[in-house]
Design a binder for this molecule. Structure first.
Ligand SMILES: *[C@@H]1O[C@H](CO)[C@@H](O)[C@H](O)[C@H]1NC(C)=O
Ligand SMILES: *[C@@H]1O[C@H](CO)[C@@H](O)[C@H](O)[C@H]1NC(C)=O
Ligand SMILES: *[C@@H]1O[C@H](CO)[C@@H](O)[C@H](O)[C@H]1NC(C)=O
Ligand SMILES: *[C@@H]1O[C@H](CO)[C@@H](O)[C@H](O)[C@H]1NC(C)=O
Ligand SMILES: *[C@@H]1O[C@H](CO)[C@@H](O)[C@H](O)[C@H]1NC(C)=O
Ligand SMILES: *[C@@H]1O[C@H](CO)[C@@H](O)[C@H](O)[C@H]1NC(C)=O
Ligand SMILES: *[C@@H]1O[C@H](CO)[C@@H](O)[C@H](O)[C@H]1NC(C)=O
Ligand SMILES: *[C@@H]1O[C@H](CO)[C@@H](O)[C@H](O)[C@H]1NC(C)=O
Ligand SMILES: CC(=O)N[C@H]1CO[C@H](CO)[C@@H](O)[C@@H]1O
Length: 749
């Protein structure tokens, strides 16, 4: 708030107040002004605001800022978060991952703000959220308006990024604990994105439009979805949410668009469990394509930020061709339990290019494109179809709710309760996107195996209390995670309940992955309550951002819970979890009213396990080139010439990429000869340029990297070379020295 204490800031506030008064005055006198003022600036307040048509088209002014920063942690030797497969350990990078921060503030009440952080991770989490809140606080007195109540950390739910950043023990198991480097990269990048968004704050307009996204998702738990009442299902055309909502951020000074955010649900599982290159999965592709398309677009401000947020993702899959048996039978898996000849292990969902996994032109790229294209068309038609966001300012609330035996009443008056967290047997069976998470096999929970953390903790696995068994019925409990806190808590019992509102736009921030029908019920309940409680006079628009803030697995309807497929078995707090979330958000909706001046009591803080977490990930010992070689030396040169579409590879003497994450920088580059100079034309951001790192001699510490450019059909013909940036660690001293390697040049035609 200190920024508003300065003389300049007081002037800004006076100007803002003056604008509002002028606006009211203009409405009264209703002066007609020429239509040329289509792009009003804040210095043309009088003319702009006097034009009613203009105002209707643009809505109210808000304080808006967008920012983006790199969060790419260790790309090798760290387990990926998402599939919980111990074997899925990073070997390289396909595309850097980012945090994208969107700040919305009330021009008249500068402390009324929120930050929606969309991060390319599997989920939001308590450890990183704590780190981000501390990081924002450490930015100083200009940042005191941000805190627990108004910062949402929403994961895009990709399954191809470095893990080991989680607060609770269960998701730490496959990633061998908590790795400070992996954690810090996400925290630092997120804080930097917030800082950039804050520094970009300027008055502007928000507007919203929707489109349908076809062929990018199907339902992966149709059998459970079909358990919902037929009359309810009949209200909807699809068994997954096809609607994409986009909110555009336009600054007032010159009418340029600073960024846009979309909400559309589809699992970030286009990159399969056997992929070991870091990427943002299909949402990463969509963001990349959108931002790239805006680089020279005259409608966009410099550094346009496009975020593709996750939504009611629970029972969606990008494997749109359906789930098949990989046993040569050519059969589809069973509808009821996704098995093939009685087992789940060979049942896999197929993406549009299922036979081309791991290469650039893949199902992942395709599903990303199928989100980007409708989003871009929507953006192009915004001025004619979008609804302006207006009135009633900006509000947020957040509190921690203890889900252990939370007693409440359903709308029909029946008293029910939620339960301590637990996972059912079907959790171990996994989904058609990836078989069994953790190294359990179905019906075999206590079997120790190769993972070194299991023996350490397996004797601590306990039987659920009778009260818990009763509470969770009909879920048969495999892992009673909510009643286990040795050596520290396994899963959250204290969850973040959070909502944001700007004008008629409501954002539910969910810690659980919401299934399609759960999302529909939750959004309708909020919309109905928003109207009946008079929080907005316009038609409310409601979106869900998830999984966010902490990872509380899944959220099904009570009917879907009864089926106990993977999503039901992973609905941690029992059959009444969805009605509980609805009760908690609806009964606190009053804090989103324009007149609200406070928030709900914060509740008990969840445990902070960052300091006491186990970590079996070891650091880099040293790097050495093989005998008689040097770092960066080219071991295999590219061919002298290629035609477009070919894959260009070069192999270099490498070093461990964990020595320097090169955040905001690059490990890889394609350089083009332009007028006698080598100019970087591709880097780590680009989807079709990838890096693979391989350790050759663990004793000596020697390794090599392959830079691989899958040349695009529309790449420019010309002379190119590949450039590798590495950093080597010395034995004993541990000092880290950068080096480079440059390939021979080659022609592309
Ligand atoms: C706080 O913001 C003001 C402008 O709003 C700026 O001049 C000042 O440098 C900022 N202070 C810090 C510590 O960043
Ligand atoms: C999306 O599809 C639904 C169902 O077919 C339809 O009712 C709706 O009008 C469509 N919305 C848009 C924005 O195209
Ligand atoms: C979706 O895919 C089907 C089958 O491949 C195709 O017939 C249809 O045209 C596609 N729809 C869109 C909107 O692309
Ligand atoms: C990854 O798994 C898929 C699905 O099982 C399979 O089709 C593909 O061949 C595998 N890719 C590699 C590189 O092993
Ligand atoms: C799975 O469902 C099929 C029916 O599609 C049934 O025959 C089979 O017994 C079920 N398997 C298990 C393990 O429940
Ligand atoms: C939530 O549950 C409480 C406690 O039973 C009840 O008083 C309240 O009416 C419920 N609120 C909503 C919005 O359902
Ligand atoms: C209230 O609704 C719940 C959930 O639909 C249902 O199980 C219960 O029987 C209902 N109670 C009454 C009294 O209708
Ligand atoms: C290029 O390198 C990648 C990564 O190591 C590898 O998968 C691919 O087969 C190589 N392609 C060619 C044409 O050598
Ligand atoms: C996995 C699965 O069964 N998905 C189904 C979801 O629903 C669509 C129909 O809308 C089916 O085509 C899919 O097979």
């Amino acid at each position: 708030m200190a920024e508003f204490g300065s003389i300049r800031a007081r002037w800004t506030m006076l100007l803002a107040l003056a604008s509002i008064l002028l606006f009211l005055f203009a409405l009264l006198v209703n002066t007609e002004l020429p239509r040329e003022n289509i792009r009003p600036s804040r210095f043309q307040t009088k003319q702009r605001l006097s034009d009613k048509a203009e105002r209707a088209a643009q809505g109210d002014q808000y304080l808006l800022g967008v920012g983006k920063a790199d969060i790419t942690g260790p790309v090798v030797e760290i387990n990926f978060m998402g599939y919980a497969s111990a074997a899925q350990v990073g070997t390289g990078l396909r595309q850097r991952i980012f945090a994208r921060a969107f700040i919305v503030g009330d021009v008249a009440k500068p402390t009324d703000r929120f930050i929606y952080l969309n991060i390319d991770t599997s989920c939001g989490d308590t450890a990183i959220r704590n780190g981000i809140l501390e990081g924002i606080a450490a930015l100083g007195s200009n940042y005191t308006a941000y805190g627990q109540q108004n910062v949402a950390v929403v994961g895009t739910h990709q399954h191809s990024g470095p893990g080991a950043y989680m607060n609770y023990l269960l998701p730490q198991v496959t990633s061998l604990g908590f790795d400070p480097q992996s954690y810090q990269a996400i925290v630092d990048g997120s804080v930097l994105a917030v800082k950039r968004a804050h520094e970009a704050l300027t008055p502007g307009y928000l507007s919203i439009a929707t489109t349908n996204v076809t062929n990018a998702s199907i339902n992966r738990s149709l059998y459970a979805y079909l358990a919902n009442p037929a009359e309810e299902r009949a209200q909807y055309e699809d068994d997954v949410e096809k609607l994409m909502t986009m909110m555009r951020f336009q600054r007032a000074s010159d009418g340029k668009n600073m960024g846009g955010m979309t909400w559309f649900p589809v699992h970030g599982t286009s990159m399969l469990e056997n992929n070991t290159h870091v990427s943002g999965d299909n949402k990463g592709v969509a963001q990349y394509l959108f931002e790239k398309s805006m680089v020279d677009d005259t409608s966009a401000a410099d550094g346009f930020v496009a975020a593709f947020s996750q939504a009611s993702v629970g029972d969606t899959t990008p494997n749109v061709l359906g789930a098949y048996c990989d046993d040569g039978s050519g059969q589809m898996c069973t509808l009821e339990n996704s098995t093939c000849s009685g087992t789940a292990a060979t049942c896999h969902g197929r993406g549009p290019f299922f036979d081309k996994v791991d290469l650039g032109v893949s199902s992942c790229y395709e599903i990303g494109k199928r989100q980007f294209q409708p989003a871009r068309s929507l953006y192009d038609s915004f001025d004619s179809i979008a609804t302006p966001v207006s009135s009633n300012g900006v509000k947020a609330f957040h509190f921690f709710q203890d889900m252990q035996y939370f007693n409440f009443q359903l709308p029909n008056g029946t008293a029910v309760q939620t339960c301590p967290a637990s996972l059912g047997y079907s959790f171990a069976a996994g989904t058609t996107d990836g078989p069994g998470p953790f190294d359990f096999t179905q019906n075999d929970p206590n079997k120790p195996n190769a993972n070194p953390l299991w023996p350490l903790v397996s004797h601590l696995i306990r039987s659920p209390s009778p009260e818990q068994v009763e509470c969770q019925k009909p879920k048969p409990i495999l892992l009673d995670v909510g009643e286990m806190d040795i050596p520290y808590a396994w899963s959250p019992n204290l969850v973040d309940i959070q909502m944001f509102r700007v004008g008629q736009m409501f954002m539910i921030i969910s810690p659980s992955e919401v299934t399609t029908m759960s999302g529909r019920r939750w959004k309708s309940a909020i919309a109905a309550a928003a109207k009946s409680q008079g929080i907005t006079t316009q038609e409310p628009m409601v979106v869900i951002g998830s999984p966010a803030n902490t990872y509380a697995h899944y959220l099904t309807t009570p009917e879907e819970y009864g089926i106990q497929r993977y999503e039901g078995a992973s609905t941690l707090y029992g059959p009444w979890e969805l009605p509980a979330y609805i009760n908690l958000t609806v009964s606190n909706l009053k804090y989103l009213a324009a007149s609200s001046t406070q928030g709900p009591p914060q509740g008990t803080l969840p445990p902070d396990n960052r300091k006491n977490s186990l970590n079996l990930n070891t650091g880099v010992v040293m790097d050495n080139p093989p005998i008689s070689k040097s770092f960066g030396q080219v071991l295999t040169q590219p061919n002298p010439r290629y035609s477009r579409g070919a894959v260009v590879n070069a192999t270099f003497v490498g070093a461990n990429p964990r020595n320097n994450l090169r955040l905001e920088g690059t490990f890889t580059a394609v350089e083009q000869l332009q007028n006698g100079n080598w100019v970087q034309v591709r880097n780590d951001w680009d989807w079709f340029l990838s890096m693979t790192w391989t350790r050759d001699d663990p004793v000596l510490g020697s390794s090599h990297v392959v830079l691989s450019w899958e040349t695009e059909q529309d790449a420019e013909a010309g002379t190119y070379r590949l450039h590798y940036y590495g950093d080597a660690k010395a034995f004993v001293s541990g000092s880290i020295t950068p080096f480079e390697g440059i390939s021979n040049s080659f022609m592309l035609s």
